[in-house]
Write a protein that binds this ligand. Structure first.
Ligand code: GLA
Length: 689
């Protein structure tokens, strides 16, 4: 059984902040952790000031005792490098390390993440601390995982201080090979007299009188992601050198715009994520599923770790609802259903002071008498029962193209509509597939496409020729590509592809866009889908286009407004493959349109005919054993017919089917003989991973 760390089975635990408590409390904590089946705790995340009280003193005594205590209680440690909150002494000695906003406001000490990503002083101090921790604990038997920093890009994803300006210029010099003429060409500086004579004249895109050069802004996004990544990599290099063999992660923040997680995850040993679906959002589980699918995809389907979730309420929304009974368990199982090999939390024991004292915890303020504590213990017991699923995998039946470059460029200013945002475009497509029981993987533009019969691109605003060629080859080889509106617009410098949109996709899609026609807020344009089952009258919102056919066939037409009678959705066949184009944003009405390519590509749900609200995924172990997750997000009891298998949550044999209570779940082991599809190729054995 492969495992994310050397800890066998599924991981259970959370952030633990012993530095907030007298040591007498620690023993009780560990006793209770044992009771709750906690096998991994994250420690030290915000303990820099405690570990290094001033520039020249270190206090490791408490951490030594803590790790020993953990080891004695068989609780493994995910040791943080503690670098997310620089101590006051460092900030006062070097106030220049504080970050600045685009308006030149310096962000003060008193919260966390108060550092400039490009500050050499901060970086040197962070690397020094990481080295000290690595040297002291690399061989400690409790150490199972390194946790670099915390949520890069959370509060401060960009800094506009002079140090950042210097780093930005350095980054530009490298990108443009020291050629200022090339930068001028790529940035289109002939516009508005923005020409630069030398790199020294360039500044970060600070607040300016009017719209700022879009390519400057796009390069800034790229630079900011790279600047934080460079910080992460500086710490990672220390750990790899001093503590080789211990896996390293940093906790991601689901689908985060500011960091290109494709690039980041290449430098992690395992992917971990912090997820805080809102119990007040009736569709939160759909967004959560999407985020979990992304986390699984970042390392090509390898198991990932839910590093943080809230046992109940968070404390940072305007109104923080607790999770109703059962929801915490269901959402924990959902992460496992989508490939996680562990469920950790923020945080173990509820704080009594500080900004997060009203945040829920595994051990609430009321202590072991609380309902929250019982839920913690129950989850721990269930995770133990599910231990054998660790290392098994699931694979999507279709793939969604995700490109951070394109996301950044799409959301730059001065576009035909500011409403065209990646999450809003992606969300309804994902939801339509989710409702139809289709699990998707995410792939980058350079990713492996061949294994998927259906590839969805809700938006590809920025598209280089190489990617267009890959998509064309994919369709010519029999693949089915569905492309959303406002795609193929610009190249990697955000220059418009000349000759009509969608630029290099025009021959593949067999259409040309004559004009973009954004739809005003609150308005809609009717779209009529050709004959077939299901709804035929759909509503386009936000966006429509005047398109002309160049080989594609129309499958839906606009039915109202100035575009009435013109094609809205098209298909262009290429041998066995086909390329579909949606020229409008159909929002929640996109489902009936996506059913057409789903059918043509032969993509079917994991388990057909599920009651509404039931989510089903299947993980598979290397030996072919299947693990069918059935999660009832709906308000009513329901029955899922099923023959054979064992529900690992209850131990009961499944005969005839499974009955799911509202918010109920089953995890059915299906032995290899009856598992309908072949097992994935086993991973080569990896030390510690
Ligand atoms: C994030 C952080 C934690 C904590 C939680 C609260 O995930 O990583 O330190 O602030 O949010 O929800």
């Amino acid at each position: 059984m492969a495992s994310l760390t050397r800890v066998p089975g599924l991981l259970h635990g959370g952030d633990w902040s012993p530095e907030q408590w007298p040591e007498a409390v620690w023993a009780e904590d560990l006793k209770l952790m044992n009771e709750a089946g906690v096998n991994l705790v994250t420690i030290g995340v915000f303990a820099w000031a405690r570990i290094q009280p001033d520039a020249d003193s270190w206090d490791f005594g408490w951490l030594d005792r803590l790790l020993e205590l953990c080891h004695a209680h068989a609780v493994a440690v995910d040791l943080a490098t503690a670098t997310a909150s620089p101590p006051a002494w460092l900030v006062r000695a070097h106030p220049e390390l504080l970050p600045q906003t685009a308006d030149g406001v310096r962000l003060e000490f008193g919260s966390r993440q108060h550092y400039c990503p490009s500050s050499p002083v901060y970086r040197a101090a962070a690397v020094r601390l990481t080295k000290a921790l690595a040297e002291r604990y690399h061989a400690h038997p409790a150490l199972a995982l390194w946790h670099i920093h915390n949520e890069y890009g959370d509060h401060v994803a960009e800094c506009f201080c002079p140090e950042s300006a210097t780093a930005f210029r350095r980054w530009l010099r490298e990108r443009y090979g020291e050629r200022i003429a090339e930068l001028n060409r790529c940035w289109g500086t002939a516009f508005w007299s923005q020409h630069y004579g030398q790199f020294e004249e360039i500044e970060p895109p600070r607040t300016a009188p009017g719209p700022v050069n879009p390519t400057q802004l796009l390069d800034w996004r790229r630079f900011c992601s790279d600047a934080l990544l460079a910080l992460y990599r500086a710490e990672k290099a220390v750990l790899d050198e001093v503590a080789p063999g211990v896996p390293v992660t940093t906790n991601f923040m689901s689908m985060l715009k500011s960091l290109d997680y494709w690039e980041w995850s290449r430098h992690e040993d395992l992917v971990s994520d912090d997820a805080y679906p809102d119990p007040a959002d009736p569709r939160a589980q759909v967004t959560a599923a999407m985020n979990y699918d992304l986390m699984r995809s970042l390392k090509g389907g390898r198991p990932w770790l839910l590093m943080e979730q809230a046992p109940s309420a968070v404390s940072w929304r305007p109104v923080n609802l607790p999770k109703p009974p059962g929801l915490y368990r269901l959402w924990s199982l959902q992460a496992l259903a989508r490939g996680a090999d562990g469920v950790l939390h923020f945080q173990w024991r509820a704080s009594v002071a500080g900004a997060e004292k009203f945040h829920s915890a595994m051990l609430p303020h009321r202590g072991t008498a609380s309902r929250g504590w019982r839920a913690t213990v129950r989850l721990g017991a269930e995770l133990r029962r599910l231990g054998e699923i660790a290392g098994s995998r699931l694979r999507g039946q279709a793939a969604v193209l995700l490109d951070w470059d394109s996301w950044w460029a799409l959301e730059l200013d001065d576009h035909p509509s500011a409403r065209m945002r990646w999450p809003e475009l992606l969300g309804p497509w994902y939801a339509a597939l989710h409702e139809r029981g289709i699990t998707v993987d995410f792939v980058p533009p350079t990713g492996e496409l061949d294994g998927y019969r259906l590839l969805l691109a809700p938006n590809l605003y920025l598209l280089d020729i190489a990617t267009a060629d890959r998509l064309t080859a994919y369709v010519r080889a029999g693949g089915h590509l569905v492309c959303g509106p406002f795609s193929g617009i610009s190249d990697r410098h955000d220059h418009i592809h000349p000759g009509g949109h969608p630029g290099p996709l025009r021959p593949l899609l067999g259409i040309v866009v004559d004009e973009h026609r954004p739809i005003p807020d609150g308005a809609a344009t009717a779209v009529r889908l050709g004959p077939g089952p299901g709804p035929r009258e759909l509503r386009a919102v936000t966006w429509s286009e005047w398109i002309e056919l160049e080989g594609a066939e129309p499958l839906a037409h606009y039915a109202t407004g100035e575009l009435a009678g013109r094609p809205a959705v098209t298909r262009h066949r290429h041998g066995r493959g086909s390329a579909w184009y949606l020229s409008c944003h159909l929002g929640s009405d996109v489902g009936p349109v996506l059913e057409l390519p789903l059918a043509e590509a032969g993509v079917t749900p994991e388990l057909p005919g599920l009651p509404p609200g039931v989510e089903a995924t299947r993980r598979r172990a290397a030996d072919g054993t299947g693990y069918l997750f059935l999660l009832n997000h709906g308000p009513a009891e329901c029955h899922v017919p099923l023959d054979g298998g064992t529900d690992l949550l209850t131990g009961a044999e499944v005969t005839g089917g499974v009955t799911l209570a509202p918010l109920g779940a089953a995890v059915v082991r299906i032995p290899r003989a009856t598992a309908p599809t072949p097992a994935p190729t086993p991973e080569p054995a990896e030390e510690h991973l």
